[in-house]
Write a protein that binds this ligand. Sequence first.
Ligand code: GLC
Length: 446
Amino acid sequence: MKTLSKTLLLLLTICLYAQSSFTQKTKEPASLQERMQWFQDAKLGVFIHWGIYSVKGVDESWSFYNKKISHKDYMSQLKGFTASKYNPEEWASLIKESGAGYAVLTTKHHDGVALWPTKENHYSVVKNAPAQRDLLKPFYQALDKYGIKKGAYFSLIDWSHPDYPAVTRDSNRYKMQDDPIRWERFQHFFQAQIAELNANYRPDLWWFDGEWEHNAKEWQTEKINTNILQANPWAISNDRLLEYGNYETYEQTIPPTKPKKFPYWEACMTSNLNWGYHPDDKNYKTPYQVISIFADVISNGGVYLFDIGPKEDGTIPTEQVHLLKELGKWNKKHHEAIFGTLAGIEAGHFYGPTTMSKDSTKLYLFLQPNSNGQVMLKGLDNTIKKIRVVGTNHLLTHQVQSKMTWGNVPGIVFINVPATVNDQYMTVLALELDKPLKIYKSDGEK
Ligand code: GLC
């Protein structure tokens, strides 16, 4: 009897689970905000530039376009691309450990080489390289398993395709206006590849690239967008899909203040000086630098897309593994100050990045090194109930200076931060406030 009721209970749980995941998948998003929510909360993504360029360790696609190497020599790298130690499960687990909520893999770079078995008559590592298998599928499956959103980088440009006009920086196969039929053939080709990716992997995020060589009409951005949303109404795209982009992408730079044009934005950045694997490039950012950039990005409400470039065999350079692990440790300790928070206060009130809890009753301060035992905060029109060092049990004391009891100008807060509470990379304080954060702006009044 006992076993029977246990079995019934199990069956009921399975049914309820199946029903809820069904409604979740079929439910249409009500607004862009609803579609973008996971992205905004993710705060961190991992970009993966993996392609045949990792064989010789040359610039991804650009090396032949910029004539550092001939197209023939570049494409000969196909013969060396083995993916022999590729362990997508390990990749996904490392990404999870870093704290990232999404990963974007280069399904096809400007060189035209697909990492999946494309049915189109064009290069792929399945058909033309010793790798000989679909490299996307097991990775996306592993991401699904770890609850990480699946991003597909797709280059619109395809400098190796016989129907694509540009070949190198100073040569073209043909002029579009002279041969519109040829361009139309190319349009059919790239739309078909996008359709394959939609059908086989149903990405959550599309990271388009290379839009600068043609306009929206030529890229048929409307059609691309319609097809993506038909396959997955929750999918989002970066702004390289031109007017159909849902968020703004900054490349190798971070905006100094909160961007005004788009409410959603991402900063993608290399971990050394290259996107793909370059064995001789040892200009790696330090963990402190990566964390500083990350804190700065989330302080302005953005998302950081941190890039790695695996080797041709599918192993990730140790320096990049180290950076992801250190970032992961720091993220774990400071979780509450990062994930699911909102952008912080405007610059000028505090010298460093800040974030805020969603109910605005907690303000997080990311400290600069050598703050000399004290940090200053101006214009806080709240009473501080408690100051905690995030990720530890330490509570800190503070003083409010220059506060007149009869006036409405808030005092200047000084927080005492003894060196003993400092994090190895960046210390974060949580200020618990009496009510939702209120900032006083004197605007020059005295
Ligand atoms: C640029 C480059 C490309 C790189 C991308 C990543 O658009 O063309 O090589 O993959 O940036 O942001």
